[in-house]
Design a binder for this molecule. Structure first.
Ligand code: PEP
Ligand code: MN
Length: 337
């Protein structure tokens, strides 16, 4: 349920409504807009009575949000969420590009890639230190040492960093290093992890589960929002289909659809989705054309030697060329890079 306050309703009236909502056992999530305040009422889904709130001073109307996701919905928050990060606005006019290797492997690798992607115009450095591998015998990431190398390279190139957190156990450590916490496809419905990420208040890159629906992705975002953290990017990274030539099938329908259903910024990962380095550039362009607010792209100085995802990482030169092409394409869809 959302309570829409009258235009210019004074603070005392807003506070009185919030107190009453909380007295009834619900959580309040106010949005203080320029013109008016909207109060999200969240809690147990059983019968809520709009009546008592409707009659309070300053209240214009009370509406039920019919979709199962509430705080993530456009109804609750009609304007686009814009996440401020190191002078960049994610979800604004600029398309944010996060780039870097699948996994942090060494200091030299990170230094080289960080400077290369920065020079090409990337705004965030990526790199996994805790890797969710299908086989327990595959490279699992460098752990805390990897986080240190990532942060160090990010600082040297003046780039904020995004890295995956695999479990609630690692959260206190990862949050010390990550400017953006990545929740991977295999953890999209790890509800304890979503709640923990919500509690950090850090921006979260939430990847769609490879077998999850768009609605389930939005419900996962709802867990983070319910902790009071609205700084979420939804990430389409490919879903499982019968097609075998690509690793996953990039569901670009999800981009405009998520933008309709939700106010949260949408990011596309063409690297995991295709699994093929030579499909990354075309699908990055398609993602921007479809309205994505950001891209996350795997770039490695020497992809054939990569310790994970060797087939899908692109070289710094290929990345630089892609960025040039995107600079031409973006204005056609009203964006900058
Ligand atoms: C990754 O970004 O390297 C990764 C493992 O992503 P996903 O969770 O989408 O597979
Ligand atoms: Mn990867």
């Amino acid at each position: 349920m959302i309570i829409i306050m009258k235009m210019g309703a004074p603070r005392e009236e807003i506070d009185a409504v919030m107190r009453k909502v909380e007295d009834e056992g619900y959580k309040t999530h106010p949005i203080f807009g320029v013109e008016r305040t909207v109060i999200g009422v969240i809690g147990d889904d059983r019968e809520k009575r709009p009546g008592p709130f409707e009659r309070m001073p300053g209240v214009e109307r009370v509406e039920r949000v019919l979709r199962p996701f509430k705080l993530a919905s456009r109804e609750f928050h009609p304007h686009d969420t814009v996440i401020q990060l190191n002078g960049h606005a994610i979800g604004g006019e600029q398309v944010i590009v996060m780039a870097g290797p699948c996994a942090v492997e060494s200091r030299d690798q990170m230094t080289e890639v960080a400077h290369a992607v920065k020079e090409a115009g990337a705004t965030v450095l990526r790199g996994g230190a805790f890797k969710p591998r299908t086989s327990p015998y595959s490279f699992q990431g460098l752990g805390e040492y990897g986080l240190k190398l990532l942060k160090e390279a990010g600082q040297a190139a003046s780039l904020p960093v995004v890295t995956e957190v695999l479990s609630t156990r690692d959260m206190p450590l990862v949050r010390e290093y990550a400017d953006i916490l990545q929740i991977g496809t295999r953890n999209m419905q790890n509800f304890a992890l979503l709640t923990a990420a919500g509690q950090t208040g850090r921006p979260v890159l939430l990847k769609r589960g490879m077998s999850n629906t768009i609605e389930e992705l939005l419900m996962a975002a709802e867990y983070i929002l319910a902790e009071g953290n609205g700084r979420i990017m939804l990430c389409e990274r490919g879903i499982r289909t019968f097609e075998k030539y690509t690793r996953f099938t990039l569901d670009l329908n999800a981009v405009p659809l998520l933008k309709q259903l939700s106010h949260l910024p949408v990011v596309v990962d063409p690297s995991q989705a295709t699994g093929k380095w030579d499909l990354v550039a075309p699908m990055s362009k398609a993602a921007v054309a479809s309205g994505a607010d950001g891209l996350i792209i795997e770039v490695h100085p020497n992809p054939s030697d990569a310790l994970s995802d060797a087939n899908q990482q692109i070289k710094p030169d290929t990345f630089a060329q892609l960025m040039q092409d995107l600079r031409v394409l973006a204005p056609a869809v009203g964006r900058t890079i």
